[in-house]
Design a protein around this ligand. Structure first.
Ligand code: NZQ
Ligand code: ZN
Length: 383
């Protein structure tokens, strides 16, 4: 295990009826901006709960943050923040709204073109303080410093992080997730699953705490994932899934180990070019990455097969095949298709993605062995 320096200062307020607590977390002298997406929070009562909780505050709002949030939309929010002299942000929604809010918080403290912050042309030196009310368990954005922003004009989707973009607090009320459409529930389960595999499914790094914690989270997803689509209003199932997704990417299981992230980086390109939901891109790409890396990842694939899916019979090769197959079938059982052709993506997109990897000089994976030709091979395998 590698050395560890770790702190995660995000305050979590978890459970039903917790939204009014934001009133105790935001100083009363702050002018607050509520940021949200396309309106799901107005249909399920979350907006009203937030409004009630903020009755003692001066507040304004900014809506219309899209899934896979656009830099172009975020810059409009920054203008409003400056005009209204807002000094505290409250993201209410899924990962896209939270990610957008992180970017907006940093952009509001930067005088140049905010895209500079995404391409490391300028460092993130400051950000407005913000909290979150999560409505879609998936990204872990509520308890991490990362954010992913799309520049629509150039079809670029890039990730960034900073200590300045950690939420001050996050409210996680599982009841807010009762209204998720089945496809978003499934996307969230798969995103969480793949966050875990990105950190765990590498090679044996003798990090037992991280390994067994990761396996426990994966088991929660498999057990509850099968039930939630039949019982979308079951509080305990929703609570387990929400808690698992937060822990999957709050930087805990990545401590002391080398991680992969190839599936995510390739998946982001599929969203950038085709707008495919983030979770779906991962369901497409991960089986391909595992097949290509099957020798170097063998021990961990077999370990996951045994400890998560109960696969114990067969030769090493058979165990690997069965595990990858069972995992893909799990994604399919949630209603998510796992091939590029299911989404109308063809060879021309594969060439564009490979070219981008080449131009950016990106080499992926925990072994740093997935170059642009390997990315093309992985995607060909997924047609
Ligand atoms: O916009 P509204 O109307 O709110 O509707 C949303 C959106 O259409 C809807 N929704 C959210 N909560 C709901 C709900 N509908 C009914 N009831 C509710 N309770 O769901 C749709 C998708 O929402 P979105 O926020 O886009 O989904 P998700 O949470 O999966 O976020 C995806 C984004 O997060 C990034 C992804 O790349 C993508 O841009 N990621 C962020 C990460 C991070 N910050 O650490 C890591 C991830 O790997 C990921 O890359
Ligand atoms: Zn993800």
């Amino acid at each position: 295990m590698n050395n560890i320096k770790f702190a995660n200062p995000v305050k979590i307020l978890f459970g039903k009826g917790m939204i009014p607590e934001i009133n105790k977390e935001i100083p009363k002298n702050k002018k607050v901006m509520i940021l949200y997406g396309g309106g799901s929070i107005k249909k399920n009562g979350v907006y009203d709960q937030v409004k009630t909780a903020l009755f003692e505050y001066h507040w304004v709002e900014f809506s219309g943050l899209e899934a896979n949030p656009h830099y172009e939309t975020c810059t409009k929010a920054v203008k409003k923040i400056r005009a209204e002299k807002v000094d505290f942000l409250l993201a209410v929604g899924g990962g896209s709204v939270i990610d957008a809010t992180k970017f907006i918080a940093a952009a509001a403290c930067y005088q140049g073109d905010a895209w500079d912050l995404m391409i490391e042309k300028a460092p993130i030196d400051a950000a407005l303080p913000f909290g979150t009310v999560l409505t879609l368990p998936a990204t872990g954005s509520e308890m991490n410093m990362g954010f992913v922003i799309t520049k629509a004009a150039t079809q670029e989707k890039l990730a960034m992080d900073s200590f300045h973009t950690l939420p001050q607090f996050s409210v996680l009320d599982p009841e807010t997730t009762f209204t998720l459409p089945p496809v978003q529930t499934a996307n969230g389960i798969i995103d969480t699953f793949v966050h875990i595999t990105e950190q765990y499914l590498t090679y044996n790094q003798h990090a037992l705490v991280q390994d067994y914690f990761a396996e426990a989270l994966l088991k929660v997803l498999v057990e509850e994932g099968h039930k939630v689509l039949q019982q979308p209003h079951n509080y305990d199932i929703r609570a387990n899934l929400m808690w698992a997704s937060t822990w999957a990417l709050n930087n805990w299981i990545s401590q002391g180990v080398v991680a992969d992230w190839a599936t995510h980086i390739i998946g982001h390109e599929l969203t950038a070019f085709h707008g495919i939901d983030h979770g779906k891109t991962l369901a497409i790409v991960l089986p391909g990455v595992l097949k290509r890396e099957r020798t170097k990842k063998a021990d961990k694939i077999i370990q996951m097969g045994k400890n998560v899916f109960g696969i114990t019979e067969g030769t090493r090769d058979e165990l690997i095949d069965k595990t990858i197959d069972t995992m893909e079938k799990f994604f399919n059982s949630l209603g998510i298709q796992t091939h590029l052709s299911d989404y109308g993506v063809d060879e021309s997109t594969i060439s564009k993605i490979a070219l981008r990897m080449k131009e950016r000089n990106w080499i992926l994976g925990e072994n740093q062995d997935i170059d642009y030709t390997a990315v093309a091979e992985i995607l060909h395998d997924r047609i």
